[in-house]
Design a protein around this ligand. Structure first.
Ligand code: THU
Length: 135
């Protein structure tokens, strides 16, 4: 799928954001390697800390529906030129592959394509853990 189209689906998902505290809407659209798109939006909590970002919402939905292989994720936000995933989301995405492409920007403007590895250098991937060195 065209990454500009994926970003436009993230922009649509942003409309479903639940963000009464920050007023900052974020949407994400994750593309599986078999061509399916699953979206997510940020869901805030009155406790603030329990807030779920759009990127993690999309990943959790996708994994819960049986998908684990991802090609790309597009992120749309209310920021004028779009914005990048937060640190927690970068780590959460790395769980499923540091090669996943992260598409940011605006569907009708400039877009950027970076891998999770670009955004999370020297990533802790879990292969450092005892018994997992071969992965
Ligand atoms: N947010 C996301 O959904 N994704 C990010 O990568 C950055 C931050 C949300 C969390 C919170 O609801 C709002 O944006 C302001 O931080």
């Amino acid at each position: 799928m065209d990454y500009r189209k994926l970003l436009s689906l993230a922009e649509e998902a942003k409309e479903r954001s639940y963000s009464p505290y920050s007023g900052f809407r974020v949407g994400a659209a994750i593309l599986t390697t078999d061509g399916k798109v699953i979206t997510g939006a940020n869901v805030e909590s009155a406790t603030y800390g329990a807030t779920i970002c759009a990127e993690r919402a999309a990943v959790v939905r996708a994994v819960s529906e049986g998908h684990r292989d991802f090609e790309a994720i597009a992120v749309a936000s209310d920021a004028k030129e779009g914005s990048f995933p937060c640190g927690i989301c970068r780590q959460f995405l790395a769980e499923f592959g540091i090669g996943i492409k992260v598409i940011t920007g605006k569907a009708e403007g400039e877009i950027q394509v970076n891998t999770v590895a670009d955004l999370l250098p020297f990533a802790f991937t879990g292969k450092e853990l005892p018994g997992r060195e071969k992965e």
